[in-house]
Structure formats: C-alpha cells, structure tokens
Design a binder for this molecule. Structure first.
Ligand SMILES: [Fe+2]
Length: 400
C-alpha cells in the first residue's frame, strides 16, 4: 500500500515510491529505492519534502499522532483574472517588447547579429511583470499576420519564465530561459517573407525551407557574444520531439534537454492558442488537452507543471494537493476561472474522505505544488469510471 509521509519520518528499510514534486525536483536521486544506508536516509530526511512509501515493499511508518482538520474550500483566486488596468499595462509592455524583437529580426536580416543588451532588457521587463503575467500571456495570444513571429517570441519568453518559476528555478536561470524563449525562432529572420508570412499551409518546398530555421538560428546565435548556452540549445532543438518525430535531427528522449522540452511545450502551446486575423485559435484548455493526448511528443511531467503555471487542467485528472490529499480536477468553468479540485482521499490516513472542493487560490498556487499522480499506483478500480463517479458527487467504493 502506498502512504504519504514527511521526509523526516523516513527510516531505514522503507521503500520510497516517489517524492513530492516528482523526480524532476530531485534529479540526483534514482527513481524508487529501498532506503538501505545511513547516507541515503540522511539525504532523504534533509530534503524537507513529502515522500510516498510502499509498505508492501518496505517498512511501514507509525500511525500519525494527530489527524489534520478538514480542509475548507479556499476563496476564489484573484490573480487568475485581471482587470482593465492590468490589460492596458500588459498590452503596452507586449507592444514595446514586440517592437524591439521586430528590430532584432531586421538587424539579423542585415547580418548585424543579435543586440543582446536590448534583448536582455526586454526579458527583464517581462520577468518583472510577474504580478501581471496572466494578463501578459493573454494579450500576446492576439497576433497580426505581419508581426506574429515577433509576438510569438515575446509570448514564448513569458511562458518560459512563468514555467521556470513554477519549477522553482533561480531568478538567473529563469532569465536565461526567458532569453531562450525570446530567441528561439531567430532563424526565421533568414526565411523569405513570402513563406514566413504566408497565410495558408506551406507546400513541400516551403516546408523544407521553413524547417531550416532552427539550424540557421543556432548559427546566428553562435556568432553573437553574451547569449547563454541554454538559448543556443533551445534555438537548435525546439522542434525536436521526445518520440523522435521532430526536426532537424530527429533526437529522442534523453538526448533532448529539459530546457528544450520546456521550450517545445511553450512554443506549441502559444502556436495553438494564437488568435490570428483568420484563425480563432484553440482555447488554453483545448490546447493542453490536445498536447497531453499527443502521446510521446511532450514530456508529460513537464506538461503537467506547465498546466499548473497557466492554471488550466483538463477535467478528470488525479492529482495530489495540500500535501496528502488526492483529488480529481473538475471541469473548467471558463477563461479566467481558477481550477477546482475535488479532494476525496487522504494519503496519510489511507482512507476516503468527504468530498471537498478546493479552488486554486493564490495561497495554494504559491505555497503548494499540485502533483500529477498515477491512478494505477493508488487504486485498482478503472480510473475513468472512478473519476466520473467522484465528479458526479458519489463517494468511491473502496480503496486498494
Ligand atoms: Fe520554431
């Protein structure tokens, strides 16, 4: 049986099934281990996180000394919505950023290289608009035909910074990733305008031409000083896919860096949700749902954290919130509305609970990670059936 405990409660002989936040947050550790040495025990205890142990494969934890009070529904989060003033500020910043990126593309067409100082200032401007990030990401969805590449670069920069913060990266690392987002399509400055700005689908020859842009971009950035290594990596590889279906090299799995996986998610998401003169674009929920079903293309753990960074989750997913509560995501109620999770199971008490609907508040978003859980690790019942019952308000039948 799986059980959630604090890392300080770990003892020798316990079998660790997973860590809070997933293995992504603990890259030095191998997945799933039997704690068999004092050294491993010390590292785990000092991690100050929650861990899931499997009591069928190792020692059990003593019963909890106290039972937590039931969780009350939290108030509606304010920052998921934004007002007119936020939108005006975001639009001004997006316009200013887009103009500088436009000039950067023009410079590159003339062979002048990338003006890194100006570009860094744009990244810092976007990063400092953190409190207005939802509004900023929203206004950059609107793209005119002529400047869609520039607005897209600005949008991917914002999405990368947002995701980097969700993942707990340092300010400097988030800044480098933002720069990588801003520069990822710089190779498109070498693509003829009639192909770059074509409204309809590209033919085969045009597609081949367009697909040169990652390598061309890498060449431009290689000749520029002050560009972080991660931006070179992201520029060259952001169209690679985990299953090897991407380009230009058809890289697979581990050959693709975490930064590039992040960029490919942000890039695809903005492309899918962009609202253009003759195309409505998908909603954020439609986009993440489609990306999740594009089996094997995107890093699923990162995609889930990306959903957290934009506050959009498909309905019916099993998640862990508030440390020890398993919950199902409820159907999204519309743009600007916060995700709602229905808690139904305690991983500490290993029992089903009265349902409680929790709204993703500012407090929850900043202080608690929403973790994707594998239903098969917790329940033997078919998860779609179980999730449907919980969403309909019925209590699950039994734990396993
Ligand atoms: Fe691209």
């Amino acid at each position: 049986m799986l059980k959630s405990i604090r890392s300080e409660q770990a003892t020798l002989g316990m079998y660790v099934h997973s860590f809070s936040g997933g293995w992504l947050s603990h890259p030095l550790w191998r997945s799933r281990l039997l704690i068999s040495s004092e050294q491993e025990l010390t590292r785990i205890r000092s991690s100050n996180c929650e861990i899931i142990i499997d009591t069928a494969k190792g020692r059990d934890a003593p019963p909890p000394q106290s039972i937590r009070a039931p969780v009350s529904p939290a108030p509606m989060r304010a920052s998921g919505r934004f007002g007119r003033a936020d939108k005006v500020r975001a639009t001004e910043l997006a316009q200013r950023s887009k103009t500088i990126v436009d000039a950067m593309f023009a410079d590159c067409r003339l062979g002048k290289g990338v003006p890194t100082t100006e570009i860094l200032a744009v990244v810092d401007d976007i990063a400092s608009s953190l409190n207005n990030m939802a509004a900023f990401i929203s206004v950059t969805r609107l793209k005119a035909q002529d400047d869609q590449t520039y607005t897209h670069s600005v949008a991917v920069c914002a999405l990368m910074i947002n995701l980097a913060r969700e993942l707990g990266y340092t300010t400097d690392a988030a800044r480098d990733l933002g720069m990588a987002g801003l520069l990822h399509d710089i190779g498109k400055s070498t693509i003829p305008p009639d192909i770059l700005l074509k409204a309809g689908p590209l033919n085969e020859a045009e597609t081949i031409e367009m697909r040169r842009h990652p390598v061309q971009g890498h060449s431009i950035l290689s000749a520029t000083t002050g560009v972080p290594a991660v931006a070179l990596d992201v520029c060259q590889h952001h169209h690679e896919r985990l299953d090897g279906s991407g380009y230009p090299f058809g890289l697979k799995g581990e050959a693709i860096s975490i930064a590039t996986r992040m960029a490919s998610i942000c890039d695809a998401y903005d492309a899918m949700t962009s609202i253009r003169p003759h195309a409505a674009g998908k909603s954020p929920l439609e986009a993440v749902t489609e990306m999740e079903s594009a089996d094997g293309q995107f890093d699923r753990a990162l995609l889930f954290r990306f959903m957290g960074s934009i506050g959009v989750y498909p309905a019916g997913k099993l998640v862990r919130i508030l440390g020890d509560r398993l919950a199902v995501t409820l159907p999204h109620k519309g743009q600007g509305m916060d995700p709602v999770f229905r808690t139904f199971y305690s991983t500490v008490e290993t029992r089903f609970l009265q349902h409680c609907d929790v709204i993703l508040t500012d407090c929850l978003a900043e202080g608690t990670t929403v973790i994707a859980e594998d239903p098969g690790s917790w329940f033997s019942e078919s998860w779609p059936t179980m999730a449907a019952r919980i969403m309909a308000g019925e209590r699950p039948v039994r734990p396993t």
